[in-house]
Every structure is written in structure tokens, then in C-alpha cells.
Design a protein around this ligand. Structure first.
Ligand code: B16
Ligand code: MG
Length: 220
């Protein structure tokens, strides 16, 4: 049995992923009068605020000064944080509370490996902050997802080897990061995540017994 469970936040624990993209859409429309197509949302998932803006500007073929870049990031975050105000435990994705409780009952340690600087605030709002033994601060990570660093740090923060952990993600960059860290990867989403060791279409299907089965098969 695995000893540690490493969680992504946006799109795995909470339904906050669309709030990020909505904030970007509003900012881009306000400053450039352009509508961001939904097709590029996936590329902004799991990657840092700055990398998300780089992806968006590259797609739009817009170049701006470093100062304006920083200002847009700040403005997006203000908008995003505003949308988090009304967050409650009802925003926890289906099945996640039970999954977390089952992990805890089995003595498995939990760590948060989110790229979001708002992670601790969100966990508090969801009343899940006490369930996690460790929260990795993404500001202390040199290379963000898809690099393995944040997941390696998360495993270390709960005194586990990567091979003793599972990690759960909803983004292409995140699953790549888990795989590169040599950690058993679990994805929640569609076929774009088929590089994961195990995929669930919804968090509803993410149960301890399903994950244990997948883990046992892999380790045979
Ligand atoms: P912030 P995750 C990621 O969270 C989001 O998926 C991504 O869209 C966002 O740009 C990133 O956090 C940074 O978030 O602006 O709040 O610091 O999926 O890694 O939990
Ligand atoms: Mg995510």
C-alpha cells in the first residue's frame, strides 16, 4: 500500500479551475478587447500564473513590457481572489471528502502540491486545511509543472519516497510532472490525460479501493 497521497488543488479538490480562466478572459477583454477561446484553457491549467499569461500572450501574438506583464498578473489575481470569497465546503468536488477521510483512516499522509499561491487560503475556506500534513509553497519551487520539482518536494514534506506515493492531477502539465517524479499518477479528466497511470472521468469515481487496485496492478 502507498504511504503518501499528493494532491493538486484546482480541478481536483475544488471546482476553482473555471474561476482562473474566467478571470483571464475578463482581463484580456478589458485590456485588449479580445475574446479568449476556451480551447486554450487546458494550456493554462496547472501552470503558474506567470506561465499562464505567457501561454495566453503567445497565442494572441501580443508582446508587452515586463511592468505591464506584472500588472496584468496582479489584476488577474485580484479578480480571482474576489471570486474565491464565496467559496465554502460545498465547492469541494464530489467524492473528495470521503476519499480524504478514507486515506486518513488508513494512516496515509496527505500533502498539497498546487501551483497556486492561493492554496492555503482555499483549503481554509473549504475547511480542509487540517487534513493536510504539508502544503508545498510554490514560490519556493524553481521549476513549476510540468517539471517534477513540486511533487518531489511534496513527497519529501511528508517523509516519503516518490515510489511510496500516489499523486492526483487534472492537467496535462501536472500528470507529466508526476510521471517525471517517478510517482504513481492518477488523473481526473478526459483522454488528454491518458499519459497517467490511472484515469478517472470524475472525482466521484475516485475511491480508495479503486486507487488501491490500480496501485497493486502496477506494482505486480
Ligand atoms: P495562482 P493547481 C493552478 O493550480 C491552476 O491550475 C492554474 O490555472 C493557475 O495558473 C495556478 O494554479 C496558479 O494559481 O494564480 O492562484 O497562484 O491546478 O496546480 O492546483
Ligand atoms: Mg489542477
Amino acid at each position: 500500500m502507498f504511504k503518501g497521497a499528493l494532491f493538486d488543488l484546482d480541478g481536483v479538490i475544488a471546482d476553482t479551475a473555471p474561476l482562473h480562466f474566467n478571470a483571464w478572459k475578463q482581463i484580456i477583454f478589458k485590456h485588449f478587447g479580445l475574446n479568449l477561446p476556451d480551447s486554450i484553457e487546458e494550456k493554462t491549467k496547472g501552470v503558474s500564473r506567470e506561465d499562464s499569461l505567457r501561454v495566453i500572450l503567445k497565442y494572441l501574438k501580443i508582446s508587452i513590457s515586463d511592468y505591464d506583464f506584472m500588472k496584468l498578473c496582479e489584476e488577474k489575481n485580484l479578480l480571482y481572489v474576489e471570486s474565491l470569497e464565496k467559496l465554502t465546503p460545498k465547492n469541494i468536488l464530489p467524492g473528495i471528502e470521503t476519499f480524504i477521510q478514507d486515506l486518513q483512516r488508513n494512516g496515509i499522509k496527505l500533502a498539497l502540491a498546487s501551483s497556486s499561491k492561493n492554496g492555503p487560503y482555499i483549503l481554509k475556506k473549504l475547511e480542509l486545511d487540517r487534513s493536510f500534513q504539508a502544503i508545498v509553497n510554490p514560490e519556493n519551487i524553481t521549476e513549476g509543472k510540468p517539471a517534477p520539482d513540486i511533487f518531489l518536494e511534496a513527497a519529501k514534506s511528508i517523509q516519503c519516497e516518490p515510489e511510496e506515493c500516489i499523486a492526483i492531477e487534472d492537467s496535462v502539465a501536472g500528470v507529466t510532472a508526476i510521471n517525471s517524479a517517478n510517482i504513481f499518477s492518477i488523473a481526473v479528466g478526459g483522454a488528454e490525460l491518458n499519459h497517467a497511470n490511472k484515469i478517472f472521468t470524475s472525482t466521484k469515481d475516485l475511491t480508495l479501493s479503486e486507487v488501491e487496485n490500480a496501485w497493486q496492478i502496477q506494482k505486480k
